[in-house]
Design a protein around this ligand. Sequence first.
Ligand SMILES: C[S@@+](CC[C@H](N)C(=O)[O-])C[C@H]1O[C@@H](n2cnc3c(N)ncnc32)[C@H](O)[C@@H]1O
Length: 506
Amino acid sequence: MSDVQEATNQLLDVNLRENQMSVQVTESGPRSESEHLQVTIGATVPTGFEQTAADEVREKLGSSCKISKDRGKIYFDISVDSLAQVHCLRSVDNLFVVVQEFKDYQFKETKEEVLKDFEELAGKLPWSDPLKIWKINTCFKKKKTKRRKINPNSSKQKIDNGRGDTTVEKDVKKEFTNSVSDSQILDCYENPTIKEEVSTLIGDDLTSCKDETEENSKEEGDPEVLKFRVTCNRAGEKHCFSSNEAARDFGGAVQDYFKWKADMTNFDVEVLLNIHDNEIVVGIALTEESLHRRNITHFGPTTLRSTLAYGMLRLCAPQPTDIIVDPMCGTGAIPIEGATEWSNCYHIAGDNNPLAVNRAANNISSLLTKIQVKEGKLSLGLPIDTIQWDICNLPLRTGSIDIIVTDMPFGKRMGSKKRNWNLYPACLREMSRVCRPGTGRAVLLTQDKKCFAKALSGMGHLWRKVHTVWVNIGGLHAAVYLLKRTPQSFVHPSEQDGERCPCTQR
Ligand SMILES: C[S@@+](CC[C@H](N)C(=O)[O-])C[C@H]1O[C@@H](n2cnc3c(N)ncnc32)[C@H](O)[C@@H]1O
């Protein structure tokens, strides 16, 4: 029996005693009934990579996907025994089980009527199977990583004071950097893609939603009441209500129906009310923390989501024994994802900034420790090396690399637009030198599209643009370009003049 099967079977044995729920969860039948549960899973994915995610789901779970018109979401059907595999998907950020989908929801004219309908909706939804899945899922769900809030001033003081004591300084710095960058990554990469309003049933509303049963249950030593929150994601121009109002009224009705207790931060169940124009999907969250937070422990200022890194790597279809390079690796998000998912390839992570190289090395070592703890034995390691270098002058042989995947400085947080005018052509030239003519490919992410287009236009004989994926990176409209290396041999500019210096030959 596979690990996944075994885990699933154990979970099916979980006693679904939900005696505080007035719903069908208590009626969850014998194990055989749960085993045949079929549900629809919704997943949020990096925008632009919906098709990549759908391909992964088809490959790994054998399910076909519906790609939502609400960009950045896919839906697929599974049976409960595939739930563990769903959590192992590399292209998905957050997961939820669909309670019900309304493709063409008829909103009433006035706000009062719409909100009244939301209230009535709570009692009419088919909650039973999704709640069983939610219960089974609790064992797969990764708990949210606690992120300590750091007071930058006090940290700075400690760093300053600690000049004479390198260990302290290093540790404090490390902690400061990790924590600050952690919020930066959220800030930078978790902004909603489309103009979308997100609200949870909020604090003040709880008072009005509070039920007397809450007090009673404490006294009697009754079974603990489940805590929940409702999150409403709303996108669309024509709504006469806000996401806040929808979450409040729908949430109040959910509370009345289940007799759950609302809690915004410490909740057991997160009910999702996703509204996109006239499409509504009600779901229950299956992830507490985005699955993209899997590889990186040492964050940098522009750490890329692992899910996006996966999508970029997939675009160039790595083959066994391929040599894959990220010449501007930062914290190593791309090559680390590559080394874990394409372990039959060899990955090189380089950067000109020693801090970035250090972070990448630390991330690799933390991941190895994690793998060892999980497997309970020494791991064979990951097929990856880190190196400090300058992309404009790589210590690699001409035509020796199969794939280059990199996230270039946008010139906003990293580098500058002005510097990109020199950097981008130099990058493309050096990449074309090291990349194998005829078969080599490159996947490059940038938001500085104008500069990139100009640099590429001068290199049409070396690179052919095959595909562009438009992505949203923390509100920035960026592009991922898939380039193929033409069969033309690389000729060094100095050779063209017949004066190449032998010491620069590689
Ligand atoms: C957008 S960041 C990459 C972020 C990375 N994907 C991550 O997940 O952390 C771009 C990186 O390019 C590096 N870089 C800039 N100029 C470079 C050069 N000439 N050679 C090598 N790396 C360079 C920067 O140090 C930075 O780490």
